[in-house]
Design a protein around this ligand. Structure first.
Ligand SMILES: NC(=O)C1=CN([C@@H]2O[C@H](COP(=O)(O)OP(=O)(O)OC[C@H]3O[C@@H](n4cnc5c(N)ncnc54)[C@H](OP(=O)(O)O)[C@@H]3O)[C@@H](O)[C@H]2O)C=CC1
Ligand SMILES: [Cu+2]
Length: 449
């Protein structure tokens, strides 16, 4: 029943942005809020019904005290030690930059007040989010601290606020928690860098081959091709390479396990990091593939293309059956590949993947993923058809872009085929179920003991 809850009061130090929003939410959740402030009589507006006292008095009102104060000012708390000993101090602070201070804020606070129970929580929320009700990113909070009982008390309050509490362990984890809000799309960094790097490299490569070469040898200015023709080469090339890069780490991990003969050993860090951003890598590749589709759809309305069609109007040309087959086959592979690619993208969205069982998810992401890669690679090969036989393909002895884009996907598909060989597959299954390992390996023995 409610009465005991209404009686429970919580204390907040600091009447700034976060202090006010937090107090507002606590009040809405049925708590009595008492603020501790340097200037209890002249502080800014606080939620109605809240009391504002000086720090020492306010501290008496509650066992839990939320410190909505910047870390730089924590030192004044030392003088309040007699009032704060034995209290649960909730550190919500963040720093504007990484590694500004030698120790984490919560660790520093615990050092200032060794007799208090420091709990790190709520720092990944924003004052704005607290005030405006929960959105997805504001629905969970990480929490850490050395006292299980203090953490429990803070967790109860957080749960009442409608937050999902994720325990991260002792106060030593606070550095990690304080770094969270400073991250900007951490998982997207590597894929975006790869996309930008590859796009830039292929753009200049194709600029030299298509535009500069034509200018040097034929004296013709075809620089207008940069905007559509060149873009419609760069995007599919980078997209196909990145799609293959989604599946390369998985294949490499399997090969590594086969080579080591055990799964009880960590992968190198770079492989771990690569595996963790596969989803983002795939979504960037999907975005580029979509651009390729759009650029292809506008081809018929381009002035240059209409001009060429008009110029050919009065010539009667022969119908080549083989050419019809060639174009239709690579278009159809492209359409099917793109459709599956979209399916992969949709099932990687959290709301969709949460509705799938692990088995369904891995079926789509792995089996259908390889089919997608296969279709898109085939699309590339069919686009080339027999062009590799013609000398004009190799301007200045350089390969056309699409040929370069086929290297990584071909390697990945080849290695995957190798892994599908029954004998290899059987051995990998045994290793992954933990039935097989090399006992003389010291790191395995350590794990088994
Ligand atoms: N704003 C946000 O969205 C979030 C903030 N945080 C963290 O919460 C803490 C507070 O942030 P925020 O509310 O935005 O900051 P504000 O600057 O708005 O408020 C800080 C409050 O601290 C008190 N204060 C200021 N100087 C001193 C001092 N020398 N000695 C004692 N108390 C002082 C003041 O309260 P008074 O005048 O009543 O004494 C002041 O209102 C920070 O550590 C921040 O990292 C964490 C997550 C989100
Ligand atoms: Cu294509």
């Amino acid at each position: 029943t409610m009465p005991d809850l209404i009686q429970q009061s919580l204390c907040i130090f600091g009447t700034g942005d976060l202090g006010r929003s937090l107090g507002h939410r606590l009040f809405q959740s049925g708590y009595r809020v008492v603020y501790g402030s340097r200037r209890p009589d002249s502080c800014g507006p606080v939620p109605q019904g809240a009391q504002v006292l000086n720090h020492a008095e306010a501290a008496q009102s509650s066992r839990i005290i939320f410190l909505c104060i910047n870390r730089e000012h924590y030192s004044f708390l030392q003088a309040l030690a007699p009032q704060l000993n034995g209290k649960v101090l909730v550190d919500v602070s963040n720093n504007p930059e990484k590694d500004m201070f030698p120790e984490a804020n919560a660790v520093y606070l615990q050092r200032l007040l060794p007799e208090a129970y420091v709990v790190k929580a709520l720092n990944t929320l924003s004052a704005w989010g607290l005030q405006n009700g929960p959105s997805d990113a504001n629905r969970q909070t990480f929490i850490c601290g050395d006292s299980a009982e203090a953490k429990q008390a803070v967790s109860e309050v957080c749960t009442r606020l409608g937050l999902l509490v994720l325990d991260r362990g002792g106060v030593g984890a606070s550095r990690e928690l304080e770094d969270f809000p400073l991250q900007l799309f951490p998982m997207w960094k590597l894929p975006m860098r790869i996309a930008v790097g590859l796009s830039g490299a292929f753009f200049f490569y194709l600029l030299i081959r298509d535009v500069i070469y034509t200018y040097v040898y034929e004296g013709k200015d075809v620089s207008f091709r940069i905007l559509v023709s060149l873009a419609n080469k760069v995007f599919p090339i980078v997209s196909l390479i990145m799609l293959a890069l989604c599946y390369l780490p998985g294949v490499m991990a399997a090969l590594l396990q086969l080579h080591r003969g055990t799964k009880y050993r960590r992968f190198p860090d770079w492989l771990d990091r690569w595996m963790l951003c596969r989803k983002q890598m795939g979504l960037v590749a999907l975005a580029l593939a979509s651009l390729h589709v759009l650029y292809t759809l506008i081809i018929p309305i381009r002035y240059y293309v209409r001009y060429r069609i008009g110029a050919l109007k009065n010539q009667t040309t022969e119908f080549f059956n083989i050419l019809a087959w060639r174009t239709d086959s690579y278009y159809s592979m492209g359409v099917l590949g793109f459709a599956l690619f979209i399916l992969l993208g949709i099932t990687s969205l959290p709301s969709v993947s949460n509705a799938l069982s692990w088995r369904e998810f891995s079926f789509i992401q792995s089996k259908l993923g390889y089919v997608t890669l296969f279709l898109c690679t085939l699309h590339g090969y069919l686009y080339g058809w027999d062009k590799f036989l013609h000398l004009y393909s190799y301007k200045w002895y350089t390969l056309p872009g699409y040929m370069l884009s086929l290297v990584v996907p071909t390697v990945v598909l080849g290695l995957k085929l190798l892994l599908l060989l029954p004998c290899v597959d059987r051995r990998l299954t045994r290793i992954r179920r933990g039935w097989e390992h090399t006992p003389q390996d010291p790191s395995v023995q350590k794990l088994l003991i």
